[in-house]
Structures are given as structure tokens and as C-alpha cells.
Ligand binder design. Sequence first.
Ligand SMILES: *Cc1c(COP(=O)(O)O)cnc(C)c1O
Length: 356
Amino acid sequence: MDHLLEVIYHAVDFIMEVNLISDTVTRPSDGMLSAMQEARVGDDVFKEDPSVNAFEEKVATLFGKEAALFFPSGTMANQTAIKLHTQPGEQLICDHYAHIFNYEGGGVSFNSGVSCATIQGDRGRISAQQIKARINPADFYHSPKTSLVCIENTTNKGGGAFYSMENLQEISSLCREENLALHLDGARLWNALVATNTNAQAYGQLFDTLSLCFSKGLGAPIGSVLVGSKLHMEKALRVRKVLGGGMRQAGYLAAAAAYALDHQLADLKSDHIKAKELEAALLKKSFVKSVAPVDTNIVIFELENATSENTFFEKLSQKNIKFISMGGGKLRFVTHRDYTESMHAYVLEVLDKTQL
Ligand SMILES: *Cc1c(COP(=O)(O)O)cnc(C)c1O
């Protein structure tokens, strides 16, 4: 019997390919492809694509905001928001792990001529108190004028951590008192919504603008949305055009994103459960030094010694399991909707058997 299991275990190696690199590796589901095929489309640059228009309205309503704008990427949505809220020479405040600071190609300075005052927060999360200490006094003209605060929820480099509502409310009140704009990079806000069982409007009312990705855990091939006031979205339309983000029959993409929202949002729960189980499996291994707390779908861990990192990569690679290093000894697994139950069982089995 044992022998038979061994045979199956090795046979499976040849067919199973597991990608834990990111939740962006998903492919459209059959239902999504049908929704795309059936979409009514027009030229969205003339704002004549009915699927895009309906989708923008749907997302704006979901967050209790006046308007929304569809973007090809989360980066472009964030960069547009930063442009809306700042003037060249000004400064924004964010965590030192922030995506806008680390992973948007220097767009903050390239597109908006803005610098970042960074804060060492807790797994990518910053507090109202920390923000307050970083605001340059409005009348002190020697320093850049602070005009914007950017929050990320859930955090990417921070390992999928989410904010408590109280902390967000404190930050929102502070920004109103200090006359600062507040933007949420909500690429993975969906994961926070599902993990905390909070409704989207509760977040909508705290921020001036929010960006949301549909091509991460939700499983659409492309697409992000920026939501905010009507006036902000009118200005955003021009910025998006300047950045080259005006798209024509984008309704095919909006249909995919709308399908994701309607049919795939609740599935994030099982990504979170699998991530927790991976955390538990890793904690059992003597060669694993630590695993960062797992709150949603991202598992960040470190090995006991740096030299074992290559061996671990090699061993998992031999089993067709792909993942990445985030540098500085931090390794990462990200669960997603194309990481199936059988793949999960397989990975748990491989981890159980792996010795370094
Ligand atoms: C993925 C991501 C984005 C946007 O990335 P794109 O690849 O441009 O869609 C923005 N912020 C965070 C936190 C992300 O994880």
C-alpha cells in the first residue's frame, strides 16, 4: 500500500504544476470567458462602451462613491490618484513597504514630481500617530508640502496584513483635520473585505480615492478601478489619457471584472484557509526559522540558514512547485483561485516529506 502511494506521489509530480508565485497567475474561468464573449461593447475613449460604463457605476455604488474609472493596471490607477492629489514638489506619506514606493518604477517622481516620506510601520501598516509625526508644518516653506497620505490594504510586502477599522478611522480623521488627501491602494482590499466581513461602503467613506484590482485574487485577466468623487474622476479621465490608458472596446475586460466581482469574490475565503494551512505546515519544519502571521492569502517565511534557501528552491522546483524570494531571506507563497484543493494536498504532502 505504502509502495502504491509512493508511486502515485511520484506520478503526480509529472502532471501537477503548482504556481504559488502570485495571485496574478490565474486564468479566466469558463464562466468568465462566456461573460466576456457575451459583452456588449463600444469605444470607451468616447465613453460609449456600455459594459465599461455599467461596471464603473457598479463599483462606484458598491463603495458609496459618486464615480469610478476603469484602468488597465493597478499601477496606473494609483499613479493617477497621486497625480490628482498633489502638485510637483510636494510630498506624500506612506509605509516604507508601500507598492507605490517600491514597485511602481519610480512613478511617484516620474509622473507627479512628488517625493515620499516613508514610515517603518507594522507589516506595511502605519498609524495615525506615525503619520502625524511625518507631516511637514504647512507654513515651513523649507520643507516639501505634505499633501497626501497613501495607505495599502491588504499590504503586499507586509504579507497580506489588513488594518482594523478603528485605525483607518483615526487616519481618515487626521487627514481631514490636517487637510491632507487620503488614497487607498486597495489592490487586495477584497481580501480584507472577506477576512473581516466588512462592507465596501465602510471603506469608501474613509478615503478620497480608492484603487481596486480585479486581476489579483478575483481572477480577471486585466483591470483595476479607481473610485472617488465625480470631479476627481473627471480629472482622472484626462490623466489616464496622458498615461496612455484610454482603451477602446474595453467592455470585454470590464465584463470579466464584473463577473469576478459577482461570482468569484466569496472564493477568496478558501485562499485564506489554504494559506493558514501552509503556515501550519511550514511551522512544523525544523529548517523553517519563522513564518510571518498569515492573515489572508500571503505566506512569508524565513529558513534557519541562508544557504538552505537554494536547496529548498531546488527541492520544490523538482516537485514542480514554483514560488519566489522577496530578498533579504524572505520567501513567499501566495494562494489563489487556480491553486486547487488537489494541488494544496500535494504541496502539504511535499512539505511534509521535505528535509534539507
Ligand atoms: C499588484 C498591486 C498593485 C498594482 O499592480 P499592477 O500590476 O500594476 O496591476 C498595486 N498595489 C499593490 C499593493 C499591489 O499588490
